[in-house]
Design a protein around this ligand. Sequence first.
Ligand SMILES: CC(C)(COP(=O)(O)OP(=O)(O)OC[C@H]1O[C@@H](n2cnc3c(N)ncnc32)[C@H](O)[C@@H]1OP(=O)(O)O)[C@@H](O)C(=O)NCCC(=O)NCCS
Length: 194
Amino acid sequence: MLEEEYQARRVLPHHLRKRVPAEAPFEYVVRDAVEADLPHIREIYNYYVTNSTVTFESKPTTLWYWRRKYHEIRKAGAPFVVAASPTSGQVLGYALVAPWSTKTGYKYTVENSIYLGPAATGKGLGRVLLGALVEKARAAGLREMIAVIADQGAEGSIAIHKKLGFKEVGRMAHVGFKFDRWLGTVTMQKSLKK
Ligand SMILES: CC(C)(COP(=O)(O)OP(=O)(O)OC[C@H]1O[C@@H](n2cnc3c(N)ncnc32)[C@H](O)[C@@H]1OP(=O)(O)O)[C@@H](O)C(=O)NCCC(=O)NCCS
């Protein structure tokens, strides 16, 4: 028997081959966050706290921290949205705004934050979720949205903010320190004026 013939016989016939399950389509619904989402939101954020420099926080956040944040955002009538799987209900990512400053004169200016679970990145969801956040912030009467983004390892975030019309307004070097290195920030701003 020739060697090529032997190789050919080792391939299983179609009906005996293990079926590769078809990849489920990536589907999501975007809705306002509810209190029951907070444990999932905390888990998503803490993943980046522990494994990345996209946030300069290095201490995992508590549920108490998220509950307080959630109620502050709700009280201010500001947006806090999630993307969830329509079938399992799993939270895939979230986006929110927080006051830029507690000084009253800054009350129409907010800082945004967006985090997707690692498996939900790179599929166009970030752009949709940030777009929804911008529209809700505009509808809530807010005037300017600011993003403060790490200058290393957050290229995806800079890219989606640019796509949504944010403009770079400044950079600061060595303002952060995480994983034994100094890090800087890129500040981007978008006007929400109607
Ligand atoms: C940043 C983040 C929200 C982006 O969302 P995403 O769903 O992964 O990005 P999208 O698939 O919507 O990409 C939108 C656009 O940005 C571009 N982009 C995404 N990642 C990129 C990268 N790393 N470098 C360059 N461009 C990138 C895409 O090509 C896409 O462009 P297109 O619309 O022309 O195709 C998401 O990746 C994430 O949560 N990352 C981890 C946490 C994080 O960095 N949060 C921000 C903290 S400031």
